[in-house]
Write a protein that binds this ligand. Structure first.
Ligand code: FAD
Length: 323
């Protein structure tokens, strides 16, 4: 059965986030050969429409309004619901990002629809579109199908491979005029945290530090390693609680969930709440002085040693490979 599927593209700093292309790939699976329609909401975002098409969308609907310049659940929900009303899709896919997590339950409630959140895979099996999603903080996975109504899902960043970009693909990028009623939330100013470098939730490599890093200074060698590998720095809650780094980089049950290609855990014991945020990483390397540390149970490669010796050695070796 073919379906018409909408997929919301997410723009940041004038570019689409990778998860938008991953969501298009998921939408293609849900569509089973039907039409995939990208949706872009913002103040001036139409130029990004062609990118969604090059990654697999058939056409794009754009809603532009100065009230959509900054994300508010109120404004975005009004715009997205208007597109849904017009297009009457059978499927809807968003990234499981801060934006996707915020707006999806609101949209589902408005449409009286179910929602499969945080899907890590989607496939067609036995005549159904089957989503896989983690449960019990990632200790198990469940497989879900929708038997009736809208197939609505959010997809976890870095899990579903985007389709290969095809620069020759073309399609319609059309504006839809929507009257955005007065917003109940007015964003007066956005103050960015002074974090530099690669976005943690989309990073292919994450170098994470725990209480074993011992100080703010102690994170410097981790940052150097992350820089050499083109990655981002993360942390355990232990390190954040000790004020070694900001909570914005905390990984785990009450922090960010990451699934990079490579996760290097330095001086992290491997508490279950930390594992909830990183255990689905493709390759896990653990560096810990304690050979009994729990982190070694999930690690693909374990290094028993002092992180202050091991991390600079790794950085030097990776530098040599880059030359
Ligand atoms: P520790 O457990 O103190 O481990 C430090 C490790 O460093 C030890 O294994 C030690 O052997 C090693 N070490 C020390 N020195 C060195 C050295 N020089 N070289 C190499 N290794 C060294 N935690 C999270 O991370 N994320 C969460 O989202 C989170 N949410 C939570 C939610 C709840 C409700 C609760 C109750 C807890 C949560 N926690 C979370 C906390 C979690 O239970 C642990 O307390 C925390 O993860 C421990 O952090 P840590 O591994 O850095 O510290």
């Amino acid at each position: 059965m073919t379906r018409k599927v909408l997929v919301l593209g997410e723009a940041r700093d004038g570019a689409l986030r990778n998860v938008s292309f991953e969501a298009v790939a998921a939408a293609k699976t849900v569509a089973e050969g039907g039409e995939v329609i990208g949706v872009l909401l913002g103040e001036s975002v139409s130029a990004l429409g062609s990118m969604l098409i090059q990654y697999g969308a058939d056409r794009v609907v754009v809603v532009e309004d100065e009230k959509l310049k900054q994300y508010t659940s109120d404004g975005y929900a009004q715009a997205l619901l208007a597109v849904i009303e017009k297009e009457q899709p059978e499927g809807l896919v968003l990234g499981h990002t801060a934006l996707g997590k915020d707006i999806s339950p609101r949209i589902a409630a408005k449409l009286s629809s179910g929602l499969i959140s945080d899907a890590t895979a989607v496939e067609v099996a036995g005549g159904n579109v089957v989503f896989t999603r983690p449960i019990y903080s990632g200790k198990a996975f469940e497989r879900k199908i929708v038997t009736d109504g809208l197939i609505f899902a959010t997809v976890r960043p870095n899990n579903i491979a985007p389709l290969e970009k095809d620069a020759s693909r073309t399609g319609e990028v059309a504006s839809l005029s929507v009257e955005i009623k007065d917003l109940r939330t007015i964003i007066k100013e956005v103050v960015r945290k002074a974090t530099e470098g690669v976005d943690l939730s989309e990073a292919k490599v994450v170098v994470s530090g725990g209480r074993g890093v011992k100080s703010v200074e102690g994170f410097k060698p981790l940052k150097e390693l992350a820089d050499v590998l083109g990655g981002a720095v993360g942390a355990s809650r232990g390190a954040c609680d000790a004020d070694y780094c900001d909570y914005s980089v905390q990984i785990g049950q009450t922090g960010k969930v990451v699934t990079p290609d490579l996760y290097i855990a330095c001086g992290i014991s491997g508490a279950i709440q930390h594992l909830a945020g990183m255990s689905n990483s493709k390759v896990i390397v653990a560096i810990n002085k304690d050979p009994e540390a729990n982190i070694f149970k999930v690690a693909d490669y374990g290094i028993v040693g002092d992180l202050f010796e091991v991390v600079p050695m790794l950085t030097e070796e990776f530098k040599k490979l880059k030359v």
